[in-house]
Design a protein around this ligand. Structure first.
Ligand code: ZN
Length: 209
């Protein structure tokens, strides 16, 4: 990790405060009323408790993705300003291994960088290799309202442990919305709000509610 990134991540140097919002009430609140939590946590530490279960075809939080991560708005989206390139040699990037297209799986929305870097660390800690399949997609396989069109979604797998475990780790890594998706072959689809960042993360649901 570069010095600048460290500065960014540890700037402010508050001690890590992890608050889990316990209780079923939270699930019934409008997404926009869930309080933001400010904290800095080193990237190899999970920032949410892992849920006890994360079955196929379910998502966390149990709300629609648009309500949690926000709908796409291509009129305000700027690939030049909003996308960043994430490189990490410990990751298997599909576009680096696929010579048939021009897609670049390293390109993600800047709001997705922190949880992506965190999930990379957490998967490595579990002796796995994260596989990144789809990130920013200007066109292609995703539906017209897909957050992949703003680089605010990423599709992940890992062959070294169960997909359910990966879903739990993704949630613990701080993505705003995580789906254990069945469509198109089992994978974990993760997305973030446009203004998500590691210091003002959206919500921290406790596990096993
Ligand atoms: Zn996806």
């Amino acid at each position: 990790m570069g010095f600048k990134q460290k500065l960014l991540l540890y700037g402010g140097c508050f001690s890590a405060v992890i608050i889990f919002l316990v209780g079923s009430d939270i699930l019934h609140q409008p997404a926009e009323s869930i309080p933001e939590l400010a904290y800095n946590v080193p990237l190899d530490i999970q920032i949410r408790q892992q849920p006890k279960r994360f079955p196929l075809d379910t998502n966390m939080p149990p709300l629609r993705e648009g309500r949690v991560s926000g709908s796409i708005d291509l009129s305000t989206f700027s690939p030049e300003n909003d996308l960043v390139a994430v490189h990490d040699d410990r990751v298997w990037w599909e576009s680096d291994n696929d010579t048939n297209d021009t897609e670049d799986d390293h390109m993600v929305h800047k709001s997705l960088e922190a949880p992506l870097r965190r999930v990379i660390e957490l998967v490595c800690k579990n002796n796995g290799t994260l596989e990144v399949h789809d990130s920013y997609r200007e066109t292609g396989i995703h539906n017209p309202k897909s957050l992949h069109k703003e680089g605010r979604a990423v599709d992940l797998t890992c062959d070294d442990f169960s997909m359910e475990k990966l879903a739990k780790i993704c949630w613990a890594a701080g993505f705003d919305w995580v789906l254990y998706e069945k469509k198109g072959g089992a994978h974990i689809h993760c997305s973030v709000r446009r203004n998500h960042n590691d210091r003002a993360i959206f919500a921290a649901y406790s596990a096993g509610q």
